[in-house]
Write a protein that binds this ligand. Sequence first.
Ligand SMILES: Cc1cc2nc3c(=O)[nH]c(=O)nc-3n(C[C@H](O)[C@H](O)[C@H](O)COP(=O)(O)OP(=O)(O)OC[C@H]3O[C@@H](n4cnc5c(N)ncnc54)[C@H](O)[C@@H]3O)c2cc1C
Ligand code: SF4
Length: 540
Amino acid sequence: MTFRDALRAAHPTDDELRTRRWRFVPYDRLTDAVGPLARESPREVGLVFVESRDKARRRPYHRRKLALLLANERHFALEMAAKGYRILYARGDGTFGEILRETAARHALPGFALTRPAERELRADLDDARARGLTLTESPDETWLSTDDDFDRACPAAPYRMDAFYREVRRRTGVLMAKAKPVGGRFSFDGENRLPWHGQPPAPPRFSVAPDAITREVLDLVATAFPHAWGTLDGYDLPASRDDALAAWRHARDHALPHFGPFEDAMSAREATLFHTLASPLLNLSRLTPRQLVDDALADLDAGRLSLASAEGFIRQVLGWREFVRHVHARTDGFRTLSPTASPAALDAAEPLPAAWWGTAPSGLRCLDTVVDRVWKTGYAHHIERLMVLANIATLVGVSPRALTDWFWAGFIDAYDWVVEPNVLGMGTFADGGLMTTKPYVSGGAYVDRMSDFCDGCRFDPSGRNAQRPCPLTPMYWDTLGRNRARLATLERMKLPLAAQAKRSDAQKLHDEAVTRAVRRCLREGTAVPADVARATKGG
Ligand SMILES: Cc1cc2nc3c(=O)[nH]c(=O)nc-3n(C[C@H](O)[C@H](O)[C@H](O)COP(=O)(O)OP(=O)(O)OC[C@H]3O[C@@H](n4cnc5c(N)ncnc54)[C@H](O)[C@@H]3O)c2cc1C
Ligand code: SF4
């Protein structure tokens, strides 16, 4: 059965169009677990869904991202229809605002209620529709775990610090607190969560859902209607229904979460997701709620199924980082208070994004090429791969932070402006000059070598012992510090690295600079960095 046929019975009669209250459901708020849909009667309300091709064509989104979003939106519409809601499901080439205005006009509806969408870009579309006369009545988004007051109390002025915010939310909500003290005597167990992974415990099997007829129809649509899109649909197996989402979370809870903490920072060429939960694509569409994930992690801790380090490590991500970044995005109007085009660049970084990030011209750096290949295949890489491979190497090369952000936004199945912009412009590239982190996350080859097995099969040697083919990331790291010395000199946490860079001899500094130049040239030209690039540039 096609989606259109499946939805037919939920189409409203003329009488229902007149008598029901009509609510627009944003693509990123697909839930009736919290918010107005948890309280309203399905017999009194009609729901409007919109598929906008304009949105899908705005950037070369990963095909899996488009498929995930559309499959979930369609399944959610059917789930709501089964509960008795009447449904108007509109598709068109225009923006969300234009399609909503057409829908209101066609059915003579006075306007729509809606939950505030998380994505700024959608809010901007809706503001435009409002300005053209559409009545939209917005209610607060109740899926978040923290409030503006939490953020204001913890971070009254810039710079904003996640640990202050996290402590404030823990105190206010009582999560992992006992008698006003953090459980285990500390707010964070981050220091214990830094083990590399050498194959044990075995990584969990991937959670996989066979596409049903509704999802297969979406896959056909994505394959044909969006030729500009990136990434592959091969082996598509992502959750689409609420039951799928719950099963995916059950799987993560049983198999990944127990080992989440210690291996949080580990990377491996053999296993892509390790003990990460893959919850973000579902959380960001509201198919899962952060409340449920935190409550379940607390229940598992109480039941002895989860160590405190794993429970706290996971809760810090969901209650801490995820909430923190959305407040930073809101507080800075999507970084426009730093730069009118949301393109801050505090460090020396204006290079275009090399083709290596699109996977069309491999860089020869095994860590980068492996992770890019994963993103092409799945639209996913875990946090440390994003931070210490994709963003780190872009920063060492001096790539424009906005160009990198746009790539992340297009390429990842969990990317929406409120979460991708702070993570790339703030955490990943330090483009915000320290608005939300105390230092740039940059490193040479030693970090990747310590936390992964990528270097084992690489043409370069991260230890520097093999003088024929030393890893270029290390001289590039030193060069990045040197190039940005004036910008980094005020940062307490950069004092030691800057002092170490200053002690390098003039010949070494010239060499660092020459390696950076040579790697940039290769990546710009789309050729792999040669194994002897660092040796060939010795002495400048
Ligand atoms: C450069 C860069 C870009 C990123 N882009 C995105 C993005 O587009 N969308 C996105 O959801 N996350 C993004 N993140 C944050 C983080 O990497 C992902 O949330 C995480 O990797 C998702 O995989 P997971 O669900 O398996 O996470 P897990 O490791 O299992 O973590 C659990 C949950 O914590 C939340 N979380 C953890 N860290 C963050 C964070 N820094 N910001 C927001 N939520 C966090 C996520 O919801 C995640 O599902 C980015 C991080 C970096 C460094
Ligand atoms: S040797 Fe350098 S380039 Fe190769 S995988 Fe390791 S860190 Fe990456």
